[in-house]
Design a protein around this ligand. Sequence first.
Ligand SMILES: O=P(O)(O)OC[C@H]1O[C@H](OP(=O)(O)OP(=O)(O)O)[C@H](O)[C@@H]1O
Ligand code: HPA
Length: 175
Amino acid sequence: MIKLHDLEFEPYISEEEIMMAIEEISVKLNKDFGHKRPVFLGVLNGSFMFASEIIKRFSGDCEISFVKMGSYEGTETTGEVKTLLGLNQELKGRQVILLEDIVDTGNTLVEIDKILKKAEVEDYKVVTLFYKPEAYKKNIPIQYIGMEIPNKFIVGFGLDYDGLGRNLTQVYKRK
Ligand SMILES: O=P(O)(O)OC[C@H]1O[C@H](OP(=O)(O)OP(=O)(O)O)[C@H](O)[C@@H]1O
Ligand code: HPA
């Protein structure tokens, strides 16, 4: 058990399970994008660890870029997704692979969909390490999913509770 701020969390997903999910996604990405010179677009802050693992395993040519979005206060979404750092690279006509640590309500994805459409990307695919099907209320397709999880608040492997827990190498769930 660990404590972050006022909340207690218990071990939930081991580092080994996370790495297995990442390996599986990477095999598919190498097969589907190995010769397409994609742009990986990581969504900060949460995706930094996942993005690093995926990009290290990509064997073809690729470019890497990041946007920074924010909408959570404590364990709840505010419903308002702010673009804290926008695109700083021309993506017109490019194949983009969006890297998310988690898709929960889908609010963030909807905002990024608008950004990528405006940027006139040729196509984009969504890759997420964690996905909460019970919480997802949107229609944007998610092509690569590491693990489906129940609607419980988690921390670790990039995910935080009010800024803490991102450095944990395994994932914990709220007790
Ligand atoms: O599907 P949603 O309900 O929108 O939740 C998913 C988003 O929430 C988290 O970001 P957050 O806004 O907490 O910012 P952070 O990445 O800096 O922690 C996470 O990294 C995803 O980007
Ligand atoms: O379960 C979660 N944990 C941490 N951050 C999040 N952002 C969306 N869902 C979550």
